[in-house]
Design a protein around this ligand. Structure first.
Ligand code: BEZ
Length: 211
């Protein structure tokens, strides 16, 4: 059965460009992003991995460790890393997991046989410090992902974890949030001292509470 939100992220041991990785141990108390690539030496993947090098400090600011996976072996990853560094102009600063026997890909359901029976799709899993899966994205091989959108979603997930709010369409850090429908007006006045405006009885905006 495929993984769903709230499930425990399966643990595994695999080789990577930074040596053997015991996944849960490697995550420790951090948040994690595990993202898969169809294959080494492919153009879209090369651009994606390069952009994650650029964004790694942004993930770190949020307490998130990033790790890529591609079904090829470590030797191939090491050779491909040189291309990624040349194309992006940056040194690879996170591990790429090898998965030649598809063990991890199968555990996570990253191979969608009706799309392609050997290559993984572009999957993303955001994992919280309790190892629960908090977000899943699945893109086809031909469509590169937007990792800034992933940061935006992580901002929302981490904020809504601590406050009784949700975030509206296209929300970005610093913008007004939506008060959770489970919060009564009376509670809202207590919980959100900066006030709120009600557009509908069920749609109430408040300034981002942790700023
Ligand atoms: C790519 O990363 O460019 C790619 C990989 C598999 C199929 C199509 C594109």
């Amino acid at each position: 059965m495929s993984l769903r939100l709230g499930d425990t992220a399966p643990d595994f041991t695999a080789q990577s460009t930074q040596g053997e990785i015991h996944f849960h141990r490697w995550l420790g108390d951090s948040w994690g992003v595990l993202f898969s690539h169809p294959k080494d030496f492919t153009p879209v993947c090369t651009t994606e991995l390069g952009d994650v090098i650029r964004l790694k400090p942004e993930f770190e600011k949020r307490g998130v460790k990033v790790i890529a996976l591609s079904v090829d072996d470590v030797k191939s990853h090491a050779d491909w890393s040189r291309d990624i560094e040349e194309v992006s102009g940056r040194k690879l600063n996170y591990p790429i997991l090898a998965d030649p026997d598809r063990h991890v890909s199968d555990l996570y359901g990253m191979i969608h046989p009706n799309a392609n029976d050997t290559l993984t799709v572009r999957a993303v899993y955001v994992i919280d410090p309790k190892k629960r899966i908090r977000l899943i994205l699945t893109y086809p091989a031909s469509t590169g992902r937007n990792f800034e959108e992933l940061l935006r979603a992580i901002d929302s997930i981490q904020l809504t974890e601590s406050y009784s709010v949700a975030t509206p369409v296209n929300w970005h850090e610093g913008e007004d949030c939506i008060i959770a429908p489970s919060v009564s007006d009376e509670e809202a006045r207590e919980k959100f001292p900066k006030g709120y405006r009600a557009v509908k009885s069920y749609l109430r905006y408040t300034p981002q509470p942790n700023l």
